[in-house]
Write a protein that binds this ligand. Structure first.
Ligand code: CAA
Ligand code: NAD
Length: 303
């Protein structure tokens, strides 16, 4: 069923947005929420991560001004909507809290347990998880009916899609409020069921993992496989550039979670992926993954 809330009703209903985790995804979610007129509280684990997240948002907004997608006044007014904190108690006043922390069920359980004690009755909880079941997080709170998945895509300011995930316990009212919220962010929501990987990752993750297996089989080089998918299929980036873009650590966790859910080989993490994790080569965010990202152009690394 299509949601019936108008943007104005939604803005009256949700004004304060909480974003927990200000890494690749949380920073993008906070940025677009502030640009859409919501007040946003962003929480990180410590001052160092908070500062890194704050700088990422600032850089992204400045780039938008340089590219004339945003005026300097719009940037300043969006920036003023953002508050940064390391104190979870600052989430208490939020109408919706979007979680974008590490892809680990225990960490997400601990977070939502704490939020459940703090937040008001009507506050919606949303997880940006790539592969965990929303139900598993919702079941550990007293508000499974007010719990949804909001799966944004990387880079958040650019990618239009958001998968809005309704579990068997999510109320229709919550789903509609969350769906309208996504529309108020200027994104294109689709409804998805609570199966691990929802729609996109169910198809995308096996493709990325298969590219790693084919590399290991010696089919072609990293650069040639990427060129093949860009020039042969019109993809905006090849699979290895995309693995580095998503984050090798995150992709590894997603793969483990999906494999343990479905027990199908296509979701199993290839050994080479685990080797990269062991070496701390988490992709673009750490400077090395399948590529070295430290120079002007990415350079494929020997595998
Ligand atoms: N933040 C804001 N804007 C950004 C950006 C960022 N991080 N990165 C790029 N952009 C903007 C640029 O400003 C530029 O805008 P204009 O065209 O208006 O000037 C536009 O995006 C294109 O950027 P570039 O010209 O610099 O580079 P590009 O053409 O190579 O595009 C890209 C970059 C948008 C990332 C493109 O390569 C792309 O779409 N890649 C695929 C991304 C993808 O598949 N994402 C999904 C990942 S899977 C996932 O998210 C789910 C999960 O659970 C793992
Ligand atoms: P990331 O590693 O870039 O950022 C995670 C951030 O969460 C880190 O800065 C970390 O310090 C912080 N954090 C950890 N525990 C926290 C806590 N209790 N409170 C506050 N902050 C905490 O990861 P990411 O790529 O932004 O992924 C975040 C979530 O989004 C994951 O669930 C991931 O699966 C999902 N996701 C990722 C992508 C992607 O392409 N990377 C796309 C869609 C969804």
């Amino acid at each position: 069923m299509r949601p019936s809330l108008t943007r104005m009703e939604l803005l009256l209903d949700i004004s304060e947005v909480g974003v927990v985790g200000c890494g690749l995804m949380g920073s993008g979610i906070a940025e677009i929420s502030a640009k859409s007129g919501f007040s946003v509280v962003v929480r990180e684990v410590d001052d160092e991560f908070l500062e890194a997240g704050r700088s990422r948002i600032k850089r992204s907004m400045d780039r938008a001004v340089e590219k004339e997608k945003l005026t300097a006044e719009e940037r300043d007014s969006a920036w003023d909507k953002l508050t940064f904190t390391t104190d979870i108690a600052d989430m208490a006043k939020c109408d919706i809290v979007i979680e974008a922390i590490v892809e680990e069920l225990d960490a997400k359980h601990a977070l939502f347990g704490a939020l459940d004690e703090l937040c008001g009755e009507r506050t919606i909880f949303a997880s940006n998880t790539s592969s965990l079941a929303i139900t598993d997080m919702a079941a550990a709170t007293s508000r499974a009916d007010r719990f949804v998945g909001l799966h944004f895509f990387n880079p958040v300011p650019v990618m239009k899609l958001v998968e809005v995930v309704k579990t068997i316990a999510t109320s229709q009212d919550t789903f509609e409020r969350a769906f309208a919220f996504v529309q108020a962010l200027g994104k294109a929501p689709i409804a998805a069921k609570d199966n691990s990987g929802f729609v996109v990752n169910l198809l995308l993750v096996p493709y990325l993992l298969d590219a790693i297996r084919q590399l290991d089989r010696g089919v072609a080089s990293i650069a040639d496989i990427d060129t093949a998918m860009v020039l042969g299929c019109g993809h905006p980036m090849g699979p290895f550039a995309l693995c580095d873009f998503v984050g090798i650590d995150t992709l590894y966790k997603i793969s483990e979670i999906m494999y343990s859910e479905y027990r199908e080989e296509r979701y199993a993490p290839p050994p080479l992926l685990r080797r990269l994790v062991s070496m701390g080569r988490f992709g673009r965010k750490t400077g090395q993954g399948f590529y070295d990202w430290s120079g002007d152009k990415p350079v494929p690394l020997p595998m």
